[in-house]
Write a protein that binds this ligand. Sequence first.
Ligand code: SAH
Ligand code: MG
Length: 213
Amino acid sequence: MTKLSGERRTIAIETTGFMPEVEGDALFVAALGAGKACPGLPMVEIGSYCGRSTVWLGAAAETCGTLLFAVDHHGGSEENQIGWEWHDPTLVDASTGRLNTLPHFEKTMSRARLTDTVRTVVGDSPTIASTWTQQIAMCFIDGGHARDVAANDYAAWNGHIALGGILAIHDVFTDPALGGQAPYEEIYLAAINGGKFADVSATGSLRVLTRVK
Ligand code: SAH
Ligand code: MG
């Protein structure tokens, strides 16, 4: 089965977020490949938001018999804050007046019956990476899209990806007219030009690379 199906597909599509369906399907295929290439090693997602992409990734991790660590501070990226383009007022915690996606994320994982496979890691991505020791089969980077944030995510996580493992990057736009350049220049080009990663596939703004050195 190379496509997420049934109730989990419905849940993924119903979940608030930014992962288009075809790209979610491509992410699922990439994760199955990573699990096969690096059996037993866990997977990591940077930027889970309400858990939309996490359903595709978590389902793949479950199929591979491994864990998915879903890293997010759940306070939203710059572009999700009040007054910015990608702000969703329904995600503001009324008691603090601040964005908090954690309850939405937890609800999605529980609805999708993924709580045994997905480990919720609440915190800042480079801070989590700094004490990380285990090799990983896959890293999916979909965190903040400011230049320094994207560069820090790549620097923090790329070395943890096992040989033959997968680096997947969301929101890669080669044309500045279509979107911000940070994921393209600070993650994708850094990975390709550094010589450690090679292209596997591109679906919409999702790029899948594999570690070759
Ligand atoms: N993958 C999601 C969308 C992610 S949006 C989907 O499919 O819908 C980007 C997320 O990255 C936000 O939830 C934000 O809180 C998180 N984020 C941004 N910078 C971060 C950082 N430094 N550490 C951890 N999470 C971060
Ligand atoms: Mg994205």
